[in-house]
Ligand binder design. Sequence first.
Ligand code: PEP
Ligand code: MG
Length: 889
Amino acid sequence: MKKFVYLFNEGNSEMRNLLGGKGANLAEMTKIGLPVPFGFTISTEACNAYYENNQSISSEIQNQVLQALSELEAETGKKLGNPANPLLVSVRSGAVFSMPGMMDTILNLGMNDETVEGMATLTNNPRFAYDSYRRFIQMFSDVVLDVDTFFFERLLEETRENKGYSSDPELTAEDWKEVIVGYKQIVKKHTRKSFPQDPKEQLFLSINAVFDSWNNQRAIVYRRLNKIPGHLGTAVNIQSMVFGNMGNDCGTGVAFTRDPSTGENRLYGEYLINAQGEDVVAGIRTPQPIHTLKQEMPEVYQQFSDTCKVLEQHYRDMQDIEFTVERGQLFILQTRNGKRTAQAAIRVAVEMVKEGIINKDEALLRVDPDQLNQLLHRRIDDKFERTQLAKGLPASPGAATGSVVFDADEAEILAKDGKKVILVRPETTPDDIHGIVASQAVITSRGGMTSHAAVVARGMGKACICGCEAIKIDLAAKEFYVGESVVKEGDIITIDGGTGEVMLGEIPMIEPELSNEFQQLLVWADEVRQLGVRTNADNPEDSQKAREFGAEGIGLCRTEHMFMDPTRVPLVQEMILAENYDERQIALSKLLPLQQGDFEGILEAMQGFPVTIRLLDPPLHEFLPDKEELIVECTKLQITNPNSEELKAKELLLKKVRQLDEFNPMLGHRGCRLGMIYPEIYEMQAKAIFYAVATLADKGVEAKPEIMIPLVGHVNELKQMRQLVIDAANLVKEETGREFVYTVGTMVEVPRAALTADQIAEEADFFSFGTNDLTQTTFGYSRDDAEGKFLQAYIENKVLPDNPFAVLDREGVGKLVETGVRLGRQTKPELKTGICGEHGGEKSSIEFCYQTGLDYVSCSPYRVPIARLAAAQATIRFSEKDVETLVVK
Ligand code: PEP
Ligand code: MG
């Protein structure tokens, strides 16, 4: 005879396919000797048999259920339907793969007009007994008898109104009795039958309902979405109910085996004497801290803390446990891996290695790299409540408080006076840079994740929210609106750049911390990982910070940020406005020593680690004023001062702005196309690099520059630009007598570069995949437009699985990266490859980079620890991908 029904002590965690996830877990806990309320599981095969038998339970299975029931009764000493000592059970579905919400749980099955009286006496709490009975009727009717909950809720509401109550706890036992009468009438009216009083009938009807629920609309859709096969079927778990509210020798609580906010190894939790689970959650009574249980119920406490140790050893992780004490006897209702803060995750993982519970690889997999963000920026103290005023794009993480200011100059003045300010602008331009430097954080109402404000703020590690369209800025009135609320200049706000939230007033903050455990974990990560981790940095401070966080070089130094410094913008504009080569050379010669100084600072901070310096990338018009503003200014001057020099200068500027105006700046005259048309710009930059290396060499500082040409699409571009760099090196060599060790490589950020990587590699010492642009050019999306207009809808509607600008699109962009690496190495096996788009700091993309055989990833300084951990995880996962238990999702 085939076995369809398994007592909890007959299974184990390996039997998921037969017992479902929940059933297998309950069996496992029972197997390791935990005091789990006893019960049994009807297998998934019984579900399939039910369907084969025209949706009815065969007598064979019925007999096995009845047999298991009598063993359950023997084990508990209670009996289904016996008023003197009634057995009450819960009935729950339990599929092989969790399908939350497929079927509601039925609690307190076994209640009827007689057992409710028994419960009233046993608990000495008639109110509780009748309330439980009416809940059971409502639940059972909804789930099993298909009577809409609405009718019961309406009756309850009428009762409350008639009696002048405002909430359920005000109803007395007598009131609930009346409600029960009404409930039974509702059942009769809708089903034309009385509410079933026979507990066995209740039981079998419930089992039928669970089996039926396997094929309800919700479940079918859920399975389709999650690719769960329909033939698996669901199991049904029947478990005896235990009560923590039968007197003062009873109680219920929730506890973690370690402190989930700090990770400290101590029991953490709370409980209530003479209460049921709901009372703890509802917050009507204040629970006691778990350690006082030691005095109140010493034996139970001892048993509980021993159980916690067993559970941690068994599941090899911190547990979150629900327990109930019924008449002095401890029951474990549930245990699962406990949710924890980043700080706790790190401490628990490191300490568990030291305690010999897990190994280092497992510890590394226990911490989610995304969570580390919390620890690497100032953040809002979660102890304090936050009320959101508006929400924009989380452009740069971190939190900040300050008074609102709408103008960069004003921000600078106030900051000089020691005021903390937050700059709020429709958008920012290079002209605002001094205001950004002076501010704690930046909010823009327009622009996306790569807008000027976002890029600059991220580079500086400053919090920033972009595209916060809910705020309407009135620059003239110096205020902004969100609906009815008005925020004026000087008002204090707090922002969370990690969530995009803007809040009124000041909220306390916590400083970032790299605890000893955090550092320990990163040391372990470095031992394991094979991918290098570099940083994107373009000033000595960021380079220094990145070194402290463990960066092994700079993977991208964007030189345009140096051009955007307000003291340099006039020189850059002079260079752009130059009428001819000679004029341009004059402007460039003024810029050269400044650039040289920048490079000296950065190369010195990196102390001999490689530094990839990218020559100028953005279109030149980014360094000129906004066209519309210039037109307004010129128009005003034509009226007020038509013959002025100022007007002449502005008109000249406007002419140039118009000349440089582009339909599609992203695809326009930028990257190496600038160097091809104005080679003198790149020459100046290359020379500045070599002069810097020579000067540092005089000081005895080693420097390893890697010069990178952006946006190459054809090998001939790189060939020409490479020669330009070599010529500059030779020139400086002749002047200074120094030999230089350097390489020249390219960014791969347009599809053609990846597809012709074999040719391009002839001219390149290294490739750095610029996956920001490569994503834009592969999808044909402009990032700012996509993120502002349709990308969110795409993600919500599952057209795309993720934002491809955050998580590398392996199927498309990834294929180009793979192709680029393969073709490049075909030509030049020693070709060095890395990634410097934002994906270089994102865990799934880092895993992809490891699998594709890149040499390093490069990310912003604050993401370096995240990348170190993610790189280690990739190594462990990829080399031990069969060891599924190691992988914590
Ligand atoms: C890129 O395109 O991925 C890149 C790093 O360059 P940028 O973001 O500066 O365009
Ligand atoms: Mg780029």
